[in-house]
Design a protein around this ligand. Sequence first.
Ligand code: ZN
Length: 262
Amino acid sequence: MSNEVFRPLRGATRAQPAAALANTQHTANRLFQTSTMSALLDGVYDGDFTIDALLEHGDFGLGTFNALNGEMIVNDSDVHQLHAEGGVSDVPLDALTPFACVTFFKPEQRFELERPMTKAEFEALIDERIGNSNLIVAVRFTGIFEDVHTRTVFCQCKPYPKMLEVVAKQPTIRFGATSGTMLGFRTPIYMQGINVAGYHVHFLDMDAGKGGHVMDYKLHAGEVELAVISDVEIALPRNEAFAKADLNPADLHESIRIAEGE
Ligand code: ZN
């Protein structure tokens, strides 16, 4: 069995980074993802997809890194690795991801937040503005937060534990008042398992010094950008771990809810 995932053929050398090339020829607001959330949940923490290849499919998004080594946030083609120990680092283009979702984000709605909002209020506002719960939404908030509560997964060693064991021990951090960017996707309920149903967003502070997978927040003021996504491409791994993974467990919905901190 091949250990390769499908990815576009590329030259051995290139003068320009992939993202710079891709920006000249991309399709906006099309979701590209590697693997599935259910595979991650089942402990498939090693992928064959490089960050370089990922950036050919989007300049905006989120995910994780091989061995579940922290959270990924991609904003304007900048990829950051948010570490469980607290720091943030840039990512080499040959780093690998087992699960990531990206798009070339072209906002279709852009507006200022009218008043401070809780997570539930903000999500309701987006739902109302989009008016269609069966499509994906890319969302970015840039501004001031009254509070942000995140978690960041730790790098795992083989044999890999299942994700629910990992998240039970993961550190969570309350940042309190801060400013920065929160971005990600709203995914329809029928896509649970392929992706994370509902809102899945990551946070990076203004100085790119801290961040994580967002569990809860309260927004104070800032700019909201939204785009609807109706076009999706999924690159499924051809490796042995994915081949043997249980991608349809009976407790899928509850497990993802716990794993993602809904
Ligand atoms: Zn996440």
